[in-house]
Design a binder for this molecule. Structure first.
Ligand code: PHE
Length: 346
């Protein structure tokens, strides 16, 4: 038995020696160390030996097993190393080539604008909060002085949801603006308040170069004692001069929103023509960028604020418009088509 083991060892080692490629190592391993390999068979037959013999032959056989395993590993490492250096020599592998760069991700242009806007307002002391995109009729309309059948509902083509929380008395919809958050915020905290609300809004309308059924707004709300229209104007002019440059002309004009009194729209001097009149500004020289106003006393009353003590301003800004104006993007739909050739430019 011991002699058989010796012979096995000699054969195995010399055969291993003559192996020259990694692939041929496997048959060798199966032949000697495999489940039905020669060494395994010897180990299995140990049970037929006398206890004394079993002990010494067993020890020898186990030693041989370890030896063959480690020799196999050594040979494997050796062949691998060899293959590599051969590849270097044959120039199959050029280790001097630079690595392949992974394309880095980037933020979407709307996200970039949104962050810039939020940054400007937060340096002016505004907190940032977000709200639900699925909203109740109450917050989107009613509490904002837009009861059912109010003609102002025509300003907001609404996407209604089939389900509603308590029958049809409180229908649900996709918010048409971020203004419902004015109510939610005031319901939940006492004045003073100074926040902005960035978020997606939805309108049921055909999309074209300047309209999308989903777009982004930033709502602003400041309520406290003694807040006036002058504070609104100062805040928004400061904001716009940081975003568009201090030399850019700005103006306020009367506008109407049911939840503010007085209501205004703010425009900036056209970025394309500098105020002379062009296609972009429909020859007016001005571009409207947001709607705003003083929070209506009835809105304040509805959330339990005393309009004799508190006043406030609110504004709502369309985000897509800003990179469109800044970079001359002529079609709003480009932002949501996910064409990386477009997105990569920002
Ligand atoms: N929510 C209005 C809109 O979407 C904008 C607005 C907000 C106007 C706040 C006044 C005050 O058109």
């Amino acid at each position: 038995m011991k002699a058989r083991l010796k012979e096995l060892e000699a054969n195995a080692i010399s055969e291993l020696e003559s192996v020259t490629d990694i692939k041929s190592l496997d048959p060798w391993r199966v032949y000697y160390l495999g489940k039905n390999g020669s060494l395994t068979q010897i180990l299995r037959s140990l049970k037929n030996l006398s206890p004394d013999e079993r002990k010494s032959v067993g020890a020898q056989a186990n030693k041989l097993k370890l030896l063959l395993q480690s020799e196999l590993q050594r040979k494997k490492d050796f062949l691998k190393e060899n293959e590599l250096s051969r590849a270097f020599e044959k120039k199959d592998l050029d280790i001097s080539l630079p690595g392949r760069a992974f394309p880095a991700g980037r933020t979407h242009p709307i996200t970039q604008s949104l962050r810039e806007i939020c940054h400007i307002f937060s340096t002016m002391g505004f907190g940032v909060v977000e709200g639900p995109e699925v909203e109740l009729d109450y917050y989107n309309f009613e509490a904002l002085n837009i009861p059912p059948d109010h003609p102002a509902r025509d300003m907001f083509d609404t996407l209604w949801l089939d389900s509603s929380v308590d029958g049809d008395s409180n229908p649900m919809l996709l918010r048409t603006h971020t203004s419902p958050m004015q109510i939610r915020i005031m319901e939940n905290s006492p004045p003073p308040i100074r926040v902005i609300v960035p978020g997606k809004v939805y309108r049921y309308e055909a999309s074209d170069a300047t309209h999308e059924s989903m777009f982004t707004q930033v709502e602003g709300l400041a309520v406290g004692e003694g807040i006036t229209l002058a504070n609104l104007k100062g805040t928004l002019f400061e904001f716009a001069s940081r975003l568009f440059g201090a030399e850019r002309k700005m103006r306020f004009r009367c506008d109407y929103f049911p939840f503010v009194e007085p209501g205004v729209e703010m425009s900036i001097e056209c970025l394309a023509c500098g105020g002379n009149g062009c296609k972009l500004c429909s020859n007016s020289g001005w571009l409207e960028i947001l709607g705003a106003g003083m929070v209506h006393p009835d809105v304040l009353k509805r959330v339990g604020y005393d309009p004799q003590i508190y006043s406030g301003f609110a504004f709502g800004l369309g985000v897509e418009r800003i990179p469109m104006l800044k970079y001359g993007v002529e079609d709003i739909r480009l932002f949501y088509e996910n064409d990386t050739r477009f997105l990569k430019q920002f």
